[in-house]
Write a protein that binds this ligand. Sequence first.
Ligand SMILES: [Zn+2]
Ligand SMILES: [Zn+2]
Length: 256
Amino acid sequence: MKEKLYTIELHDALLSGDECPFCYLERDLEQKAIAFVLGSSYMESDTRDQTDRQGFCRAHTKMMYDYGNSLGNAWILKTRMKHMREGLKKEMASFKAEPAQSSVFGLLKKKEASEQSGTSVGSWIRREESHCYVCGRIEETYQRVIDTFLHQVRNEKDFMELVKQSKGFCIHHFADLVDACGKGLDRKEQEKVFPVLFEQMNRELDRIQEDIDWLIEKYDYLNKDKDWKNSRDAVQRTMQKLVGGHPADPVFKNQK
Ligand SMILES: [Zn+2]
Ligand SMILES: [Zn+2]
């Protein structure tokens, strides 16, 4: 079966006026995943089996709390707790104490070793923390969106024109895009794409810098009657450009 392409979604995201089309799509995927897991799906055994095993990262746990649905959350938590209690009990039961290292050299060595592997109990917990059901759902589609970008570079004549007209990308997602283009496009395609992407990144970062600089200037009483230009929301847009996401978004809540 041919994998689904997200052509329409990618086009909409590029035309949305967002500081990053991937942030724009990621927000949509994230909200859909939260609404899905706290919809009726938590009563389905295969979904619950996955949420029991994968759990949720701290950011998505917070989102689930904010979304609402106490009963849904309680069901998910009840059986995730069971999974964690069983695993942790087993790990603690088989834990073997190691002799303490008293010298400074010994301590350093021990620190090094624990940074690599840690105690068996600590490592088990960290492994459990390394996956999240919601992150996993987002990641799957996000990879397909990146693949779609590459596909459009190859197959849509004016695609790079569309990219040029957008506001570019946040630095966080830019890493994924550059890596994917470097890996997935041939040399000729790369020579066409990278100059456009790099020039755009420089231009858009200049623009954001101007906005955040002007916001600070506006606080000078000499400038109090001057125009805000594009600086009113420069804090959240600069945050997004640097690390991704939409820091000014309202809390995502269940509307039902
Ligand atoms: Zn982004
Ligand atoms: Zn997560």
